[in-house]
Design a protein around this ligand. Structure first.
Ligand code: PAF
Length: 296
């Protein structure tokens, strides 16, 4: 048992303080001493978020969770209105995972002057992959992340590797704009059958959930091909086979193998395999680290 686990078993989870306005947050934040970690979410918390919260608990003396369905990162035809809002259940998960403070602002609290006219520009990486299918998505994400970092003033900010492009861009933003926070990536939490945990999984019917497994299977096929010493082309071919003509039900958006910083150019050594696909009306993403033979 690690020291942090021993500490946690002795610690009776208390109900985290819930604040809604930036004034309430500022007052509650001032009372936190020692290191502070933040986990930013859009609510509808699941075991994937719990993994993030527990990772934050391991590293920080206090954990702040933000819950805000950010309108800025949804396109006009996306699921902003139907995005699940489950505050009571979210608070229970925050309590179980040992959060100290939950900040759940309204849109008026976050954007008192309406939609901001100045936004964070993610650069070329924000236009690729997710950015191609979701124009303006990363402008919205990085803008709210920067605002939440300013409001919560954490030492550490935890983001899931499940949204790998988001994690990469948040790291880049903090480096490029000198934001004084350590960005910590947390490996993706999965269901026992491999499906990456996601708030959007609840949209899937039983049949669609079965089809959705194709994303994690494609990643596994790619990882296994790399472990067998195959080159980048063969890794991609192995992954693509899971979305072949005889495998209907999922519409592939992208399946790519890139450098682990998502930088353009040849892929050698540590790399990332990323996939996005539509399953019925639900768009799912997943990714996995892949180690290619650096000599090939
Ligand atoms: O990953 C998410 O849930 C969101 O993009 C985030 C980081 C909370 C910003 O709204």
């Amino acid at each position: 048992m690690t020291a942090a686990e021993a500490r946690d078993t002795q610690r009776t989870p208390v109900v985290p303080e819930l604040v809604h306005t930036r004034a309430e947050l500022a007052r509650a934040r001032m009372a936190l001493t020692g290191t502070v970690g933040v986990v930013m979410t859009m609510g509808a918390l699941h075991e994937g978020h719990e993994t993030l919260l527990r990772a934050a608990r391991e590293r920080a003396d206090h954990v702040i969770v933000t819950i805000f369905v950010n309108p800025l990162q949804f396109g006009p035809n996306e699921d902003f209105d139907r995005y699940p809002r489950t505050l009571d259940a979210d608070l229970e998960l925050c309590r179980r995972a040992g959060a100290d403070l939950v900040f759940a602002p309204t849109a008026a609290d976050m954007y008192p002057d309406g939609e901001p006219t100045v936004r964070v520009e993610p650069g070329q990486l924000g236009e690729d992959l997710e950015g191609l299918s979701r124009p303006g998505f990363f402008h919205g994400v990085l803008t709210v992340v920067l605002k939440l970092l300013q409001l919560t003033r954490p030492d550490l900010a935890f983001f899931g590797e499940k949204d790998y492009q988001q994690l990469t861009l948040v790291r880049r933003m903090c480096r490029d704009l000198d934001v004084p926070v350590e960005v910590v990536g947390v490996p993706t939490a999965r269901e026992p059958d491999g499906l990456a945990r996601s708030s959007r999984n609840r949209y899937l019917s039983a049949g669609e959930r079965e089809v959705a497994l194709r994303l994690s299977r494609a990643l596994r096929a790619g990882v296994e091909a790399a472990e067998a010493g195959r080159d980048a082309g063969a890794v991609l071919t192995a992954a693509h086979a899971c979305f072949g003509a005889g495998e209907p039900g999922a519409r592939l958006d992208y399946l790519v193998l890139t450098d682990s910083d998502l930088a353009p150019g040849p892929v050698r050594g540590p790399a990332r395999l990323l996939v996005a696909a539509w399953v019925g009306g639900t768009r799912l993403i997943d990714n996995a680290p892949v180690r290619l033979d650096p000599t090939r």
